[in-house]
Design a protein around this ligand. Structure first.
Ligand code: G6P
Length: 368
């Protein structure tokens, strides 16, 4: 059944492997030929476009929102604000008219996210609140004006994996849909991105077969006192998420940083026992990321490069390379999330931690 581990050692491993099917399910549900539609939030296709978008979430769901900000702002030219729910709800946020709220939550029961949504609705009842949630019957979707269901199936592992991939996938569709509606993306370009999303189903499956590259990275963590993840653009939040996954299940301290900000602090931590994972896809300022890579290398870091560059263009002297298939502006983060999850999983296995039930963590935080 869907809630049994089957051939997998942990729910987390099973859920990582379900991701190609999750993406396929999402594309089947929300794409009709060459158009995107959201049956439980039909107003997304008819309301005037908002002048501002606010996204509120916690944990991994917050990281998905951060990536979506790049997608939305680039095409829609509306300002997008992203905040963690526990901050948003207490900071007396300025909410204007024609502002749309998007809450993201796997469970739909996270107390802070729910309260942030209630605050938004009570302050500006005319604004729409959309919830993107994996549990259609949960409190958050019930109290929202519309729902986009994540369709990831039950997620049992405490550290979120397939729900995150589902959030990125749904948010990519929301951004594409709104960009098209805003007249900011020609139909042909929309169709190209949709085709790339379909190809990503295979890309994700392919990533799951590249286990040797992941295993080869694990020894670098044996004596590590921490790990640093670097990325830019839509993959900067992937660095945050890669670090969070590692922290959650391997108990190793890890930090995600905007690659360009690394000089302003974390570079002081670098030595040969601080593996640095550099996320360097061709889509987002590759040259700048590669120069950040050389800066950390020059300080003795062991570098793990995650890139979609063809092999003949791989930089020399990098300790390990994890290759990902080439993606577009929207699909690249989806492809990058898999090796980050596998890396955290393999390091945790090597450390012998309780992967599905990490200490001190709860699957859903329903009290403040
Ligand atoms: C907990 C879980 C995380 C999750 C976060 C937000 O901390 O351990 O995996 O990302 O809550 O949960 P939500 O259900 O709102 O996405």
């Amino acid at each position: 059944g869907s809630t049994d581990k089957g051939v997998y050692r942990h729910y987390m491993e099973k859920e990582i492997h379900e991701q190609p099917a999750v993406l396929e399910r999402i594309l089947n549900a929300y794409i009709d030929d060459a158009a995107i539609h959201f049956p439980d939030a039909p107003w997304l296709s008819t309301d005037p476009l908002p002048e501002r978008i606010v996204m509120v979430a916690c944990g991994t769901s917050y990281h998905a929102a951060l990536t979506a900000r790049y997608w939305l702002e680039r095409y829609l030219k509306v300002s997008v604000e992203v905040d963690v729910a526990s901050e948003y709800r207490y900071r007396n946020p300025v909410i204007g008219e024609r502002t749309m709220l998007i809450t993201l939550s796997q469970s739909g029961e996270t107390a802070d996210t729910l309260e942030a949504m209630r605050l938004f609705k009570s302050t500006t009842p005319n604004n729409r609140a959309l919830s993107i949630c994996n549990v259609a019957s949960a409190s958050l979707p019930r109290e929202s004006d519309g729902l986009i269901e994540l369709l990831a199936g039950p997620e049992i592992g405490v550290a979120s994996t397939k729900a995150y991939l589902a959030q990125l996938s749904v948010l990519a569709l929301v951004a594409l849909h709104m960009a098209r509606r805003a007249g900011a993306m020609p139909q042909a370009e929309l169709e190209e991105h949709i085709a790339n999303l379909w190809h990503t189903v295979d890309g994700l499956a392919e990533m799951l077969t590249r286990t040797a590259a992941v295993s080869s990275v694990v020894p670098l963590f044996a004596r590590a006192h921490g790990a640093l993840f670097l990325g830019r653009g839509p993959c900067y939040p992937l660095a945050l998420e890669g670090a969070l996954k590692l922290k959650e299940i391997s108990y190793l301290h890890a930090e995600g940083y905007a690659a360009g900000e690394m000089k302003h602090g974390p570079i002081a931590l670098i030595d040969s026992n601080l593996p640095v994972i550099v996320i360097a896809p061709q889509q987002y300022q590759l040259d700048k990321v590669l120069s950040n890579l050389r800066e950390v290398q020059a300080r003795g870091a062991r570098v793990i490069l995650l890139t979609d560059l063809p092999e003949q263009e791989w930089p020399e002297d990098v300790d390990r390379i994890m290759a990902v298939p080439e993606g577009d502006y929207f699909t690249t983060p989806l492809l990058v999330c898999v090796p980050l999850q596998l890396l955290a999983y393999e390091v945790a296995l090597a450390k012998g931690t309780d992967v599905d039930q990490p200490r001190n963590l709860a699957k859903s935080v329903t009290v403040e």
